[in-house]
Unconditional design. Sequence first.
Length: 595
Amino acid sequence: MKYLTLAETYRDLQATSKRLEMRDILVDLFRGTEPRLMGRVVYLTQGTLGPDWEGLQLGLGEKLVSRAIALTAGISDDDLEALVHREGDLGLATEAAFASKGPKQVQLFQESLTVDRVFESLTQVARVEGSGSTEKRIRLLQQLLMDADPLSARYIVRTVVGKLRLGIADMTILEALEKAFLWAEDEERVMGSDKVVEAIYNVHPDMGAIALAVANEGAEGLAGFGIEVGVPVRSMLAERLGSTPEILEKMGGRCAFEYKYDGMRIQAHVGPGGVHLFSRRMETITSQFPDVVQAMESAFAGHEAIMEFEAVVHNPETGELLPFQEVSHRRGRVHGLAESVEDYPLVLFAFDLLYLDGEELLLQEFQLRREALESLLGKAGEGPIRPSTLRWVEDPEGGDDFFLEAISAGCEGIIAKAVGEGSHYRAGARGWQWIKYKRDYQAGMTDTVDLVVVGTYAGAGKRTGFYGALLMASVNQEEGTLESVCKLGTGFKDEELAALHERLSPTVLKEAPGNLRSGLQPDFHVQPELVLEVLGAEVTLSPVHRCAYGHLRPQTGLAIRFPRMVRLRDDKGPEEATTSSEIEDMYRRQLKRAD
DNA sequence: GTAGCGTCCCGCC
DNA sequence: ATCCGACGCATTCGG
DNA sequence: CCGAATGCGTCGGATGGCGGGACGCTAC
């Protein structure tokens, strides 16, 4: 099968926004594909090379792909950038570049690419590692692009940068698989009426394997798949809602509230094959959490189980729960693992049990799963694993109390969970069975806080155009100190920034005694005399929400992001920065110079 | 050769 | 993570 | 009565900050 066939299908898919039409285009593609190739065709259409938990990554993003394109098409980086600007995205820019100039090799060989060739080349790109690997990757991509016609090049490039932009994703592909291989030729049904393939995908999210099976053996091919320890189950997701009365209405008057912990979601599989940990997006993260693996082994030895919990960093002395930033130090870690386990100790708040010793609990109602979870944890004894805090709620008052309790416990809010009929674990679905209610929108948390402007920064944003923000600090009037530094606004418009300046009517604050420090980064101390050129004096920006940890959110419609950056000046005048990490880097440099 | 920094990518929320 | 637009489908509305 | 309007759920894409790793480059 030629890759061009695939590319043409992609082009057709893009031409419509109607999902039924897209599904049928895919159905035609699948029915016309040799069964042998179905896995690869489906992976490519998903924009991947294999299931998420295998963790293959191409390691090429926009920048590096751009280099490969410029080399292949024989144009300069600047020209390519101009093309991207004109055409709208890197894929279209490549197509245009290839169409007008055309790499010589294309004209010489005209050896059209096959699906196999593209798939194998990309897999090869993903496998390269070590010194020189970036160059090697670029070269491999370049070789592939040399044999690509303009349309194929468009989609190869988009595949590599991870933005296929077809208007289709998992759900549409699943529908198409279902129709192509399980329905009679010209049958029509209401969309989503059967969902046999989706049901399998939810407990075995490997679209390529499923496609291969179903294309070869039809419905019988699905028999081999089912929930399995070691294979991640698609996570159930929540919708967001703003108040307890709304939640109770959606839930039919009765539901369970649980703390929404500010941590990282982990799905743990325990079985004879050992412990496997998966992230919310089904990446394998086992090796990053040896402490979790150990806790699972000792707590659930002899059991086969799949459970979900939120991993939260806490202070073992005080029991205080620390915010997400802390646990993110643990994520993706390879070096200094032992230290990070020590520095960021975890508590694991288990909130669901999907499978236990041969029983598919995910099919059961919430109460049953919860009971099973609690009894399993009860037997597990002391340790870092605990059940999530839960309350059965039937009236808004009880719900609000619980919400405030959750906030003061250091949580983000609550998750409301449907109970009774229909409250089985809906793998892969986002919906009202689980409702998120987060602190951002909680009225009644309002508090007036004096803020001072301690810095501004502005620059040309990469995508959004103008970028600007104010660095604010709240003032502790009694102590005369600054606390809770935060950034106000990202990417807001020129006029808005000017208006804010106006409104804040700055005067100079001479001294900022004490350490200026981020509420989220206790170890991130800033010497104000080093870093502050204070532009503004005390201003009152009210009302302001003061939330747990001192995050601030004014009712200006602008977000205040979690702070840890400081705007700096040096002798050369203000530096510009567009991201918090750049600002942080600036700060580090400044500190260094001060030494 | 390598330490230290910069760039880029990626996956968490 | 949040937000938003487009579609599909069921129900209600209105000429 | 039937087509139009409405309401609601669903899906997919676009957007953001942040932390960490891998690799590349360069000055010693």
